[in-house]
Write a protein that binds this ligand. Structure first.
Ligand code: COA
Length: 193
């Protein structure tokens, strides 16, 4: 039988460290990040357009940086509402992923992403996609931990916050409905879990 080497996760994951006293509220501008990257042939699907999955990964990574900046610790993707691609992205296009905190709850936050593609030679900019991601802040034991509140400085930020709160409530209701349905279908399994 192969010996299993137990790795001390604290030695290998820098995200296990976090700033204890970082509960001071932060502005949205503090954590806003725009990633700009030219799409290359390694990002292409077999039809020659940029693979949706490559864009999704970039969006998730960018939103994660925003989450970590805001919380000063580890933040993981809990969910992605939906990602509709309005127009294709081509190899050579400059992709811009603008991400910022929309809303902060107790341990979770909604991060909004706007994805634009710019044709490098003509400068034509297309709104490619938008997405709402929920990130949850985790402590070193992997449990949700409280996060700093967010300061909305502009009317636009306040509108986004209010709209995101409504989405958060809908998500929570949908999760509860799923849970209730699962419990009704498998009462024994759920009770013993
Ligand atoms: C996300 C995760 C931490 C939630 O843990 P949990 O014990 O179910 O959390 P809770 O029920 O206490 O909810 C914590 C917060 O997350 C929110 N939340 C939990 N699941 C959610 C989901 N699927 N979508 C949106 N928000 C969610 C809750 O609304 C709550 O927010 P609030 O504190 O701001 O009110 C847990 O499910 C997890 O670790 N998932 C894996 C995450 C991961 O590995 N992501 C990378 C993909 S490989």
């Amino acid at each position: 039988m192969k010996a299993v080497k137990i790795i001390d996760r604290k030695q290998v994951r820098p995200t296990d460290a976090y700033i204890e006293d970082n509960m001071e509220p932060k502005t949205i501008a503090f954590s806003t990040i725009t990633v700009v990257q030219q799409m290359m042939d390694v990002d292409a699907n077999i039809a020659g357009n940029v693979h949706g999955g490559s864009i999704m990964k970039l969006v998730d990574n960018t939103a994660c940086m925003v989450g970590m900046r805001h919380t000063g610790g580890n933040a993981v993707t809990a969910s992605l509402d939906r990602l509709d691609f309005h127009s294709p992205v081509y190899v050579g296009d400059i992709l811009r992923i603008k991400t910022s905190v929309n809303y902060v709850g107790s341990t979770s936050m909604e991060i909004g992403a706007r994805i634009e593609a710019e044709a490098v030679l003509t400068g034509e900019v297309r709104h490619t996609a938008s997405a709402y991601l929920t990130f949850v802040s985790l402590d070193p034991e992997g449990k949700p931990r409280p996060i700093p509140q967010v300061i909305c400085e502009t009317d636009r930020e306040r509108e986004r916050f209010a709209a995101a709160l409504k989405r958060k409530e809908k998500r929570s209701e949908a999760r509860q409905e799923l849970k209730d349905r699962a419990e009704a279908k498998h009462p024994q399994t759920e009770k013993s879990a």
